[in-house]
Design a protein around this ligand. Sequence first.
Ligand code: HEM
Ligand code: HEM
Length: 183
Amino acid sequence: MALTNSKHGYGTLTKVFHWLIVILFALQFVGGNIMTSIGFNSSFAGISTNDYYNWHKSLGLIALFVAILRIINRQLGHLPPWAPTLSKGEQTFIHRVEQVFYLAMFVMPVTGWLYVMWGHYGVNLFGVWEMPRPLTKDDTLRDIAKWAHIGAGWVLLAAMVGHIGLVLRHQLVKKDGLLKRML
Ligand code: HEM
Ligand code: HEM
């Protein structure tokens, strides 16, 4: 199997990055909602709120790094042709959803980072490195970044529901093996 995309299908790198981002985004959504629900000085499943925040910020920055690698990889090789079972309307839908995904892979970590920097909360990367805080504290910008982070999260969630729904409809109802293209 080729490392990069080719006319014959997605390359290994695309598949690895795709599923890595799926895992990271799933952890971010679950962790993000737990930490904002349980309140400060609390814990859930033996993990403190503080640790949830640290892991959320750290994994979010790892996701940003993976997104950069993914964009570089997308520029290499040739995109495979559309699956023959996709209608013109579905191709347009997939194309738009993918644009939202690529945007979200940057907007989510960047707004999260801006939020904690303008709030002066900081990032203690995986509990081992207190990252520099290059921005001056600003409560208005902090709030804007926070709501951009939360709002973008909802847009991303809607795109994920559409993307997964389309794949499952092809895989389970049309039984055309669409999922195999990414495995
Ligand atoms: C792939 C990247 C990321 C995703 C998908 C993501 C997703 C989320 C979600 C779903 C929430 C819960 C929102 C809610 O309250 O309903 C959240 C909250 C939060 N995220 Fe992220 N996040 C990402 C990266 C980051 C990064 C890199 C940082 C900081 C460096 C960060 C900082 C925060 C903070 C501080 C909150 C709490 C917001 C609040 O006070 O309500 N996130 N994130
Ligand atoms: C369980 C969840 C998911 C499943 C089953 C799934 C499945 C697939 C499949 C089968 C394809 C290939 C479609 C084709 O034939 O061209 C694909 C492509 C793609 N998926 Fe997903 N996906 C999931 C979640 C996600 C998430 C969370 C993201 C991004 C945040 C994402 C981003 C993409 C992108 C951008 C492509 C186009 C290929 C590329 O340029 O990298 N997917 N997905």
